[in-house]
Design a binder for this molecule. Structure first.
Ligand SMILES: NC(=O)c1ccc[n+]([C@@H]2O[C@H](COP(=O)([O-])OP(=O)(O)OC[C@H]3O[C@@H](n4cnc5c(N)ncnc54)[C@H](OP(=O)(O)O)[C@@H]3O)[C@@H](O)[C@H]2O)c1
Length: 311
């Protein structure tokens, strides 16, 4: 029997994804139909973005799984009408690679002090030599699909690395810390902190006045994770006092960042418009098709969300 797949994301996404999804699904050998509209009671799988019109899953009576196109799932984990397995996107070739590149670029910018030479109106001949990566302590909060890949690249460059996750990790060349008790050890004396945590009730405001005070004076925050990880007022106070020298922020509590938000005009803040990384249709489509193949074959799904943990 043919399986029915509903694509429920914003309209322009269908244009980007349709051919790639069809190609990846064809390769599974499954008999399928995929479209942006079909009777709810006939749908087996939903390829999903949390900003789609589908918010009530109750009419989807034969639904087997919801396959999220995004890595972040905070927009759906609380949806009580969803009672079937939910998977999140781990797209190693696209999303993960893009994040590795974005974080590496921004970490190197701050590590090497590039700004002083890119904007140098006084033509200062300042021969301050940057330290080597091995002399720079970088802490990554979140060692999941993205954080561990970023750690791998920064390790390759030679940085002195620390990491923090909910469960204890063992990564070559990374001093790994875990749980509430491990946070202070991960942050104490850190010079560059990269946030790659999900937005959950446990991670909200993890960067606050107390944790900012643990960092090395003049530290830098790089946040491609989620806006609510940072207490904004505490961040601005730390930038103004000099405890932080810069914050590079890609994600915000409200997006687009409102025009009158103080981050836009702050001289020590770089705003990027949630472009750190994105799911790429060719590789993400293969991940979606593989999960549908697994489900139909009775094999365990990849990247299932723990709804209780919220990620
Ligand atoms: N800006 C962008 O363009 C962009 C793009 C994609 C994703 N993102 C963001 O990046 C986040 C991470 O993505 P991912 O794929 O790497 O997620 P992931 O694989 O689920 O990894 C999340 C990591 O955070 C850790 N964690 C969760 N709760 C914690 C807590 N309470 N205390 C300590 N550590 C905790 C997890 O610990 P365990 O390993 O022990 O579970 C895991 O290491 C996403 O949730 C999303 O918000 C942003």
């Amino acid at each position: 029997m043919s399986i029915n797949i509903l694509f429920a994301a914003q309209a322009d996404r269908w244009t980007q994804y349709e051919a790639h999804l069809r190609r990846a699904l064809d390769e599974t050998g499954l008999d399928y139909a995929i479209d942006t509209e079909m009777p709810p009671e006939e749908v087996d799988y939903i390829v999903y973005a949390p900003n789609s019109d589908v918010q009530d899953f109750r009419p989807y009576t034969r639904l087997k799984a919801v396959l999220n196109l995004w890595a972040g799932v905070e927009g759906i984990t609380g949806n009580e009408t969803l009672t079937v397995p939910l998977t999140r996107m781990v797209d190693k070739e696209g999303l993960t690679q893009g994040m590795v590149e974005w974080v590496t670029g921004h970490v190197l910018r701050h590590h090497l002090g590039m700004d002083a030479h890119i904007v140098n109106p006084d033509h200062a001949w300042d021969k301050t030599i940057p330290p080597l990566a091995s002399e720079r302590v970088v802490t990554i909060l979140g060692l999941g699909a993205l954080g561990s890949a970023v750690a791998g690249m920064l390790r390759h460059l030679g940085f002195t690395l620390r990491g923090w996750a909910r469960s204890q990790k063992a990564l070559d060349g990374v001093a790994c810390h875990a749980g509430e008790d491990g946070l202070d050890a991960a942050l104490s004396g850190a010079e560059i902190v990269v946030l790659l945590l999900p937005d959950t009730s446990d991670t909200r405001d993890v960067i606050n006045a107390r944790t900012l005070a643990l960092l090395a004076p003049g530290a830098v925050i790089v946040n491609p994770g989620r806006g609510p990880l940072i207490d904004e007022a505490d961040l601005i106070a730390a930038l103004d006092s000099g405890q932080l020298s810069h914050a590079t922020l890609d994600v915000f509590r409200t997006e687009p960042l409102p025009q009158d938000h103080p981050f836009w005009a702050h001289p020590k803040v770089t705003v990027t418009p949630h472009i750190a990384s994105e799911t790429r249709p060719p590789s993400a489509s293969r991940v979606i098709a593989e999960n549908i193949r697994r489900s139909e074959a009775g094999e365990p799904l990849l990247y299932v969300v723990d709804r209780d943990a919220g990620y």
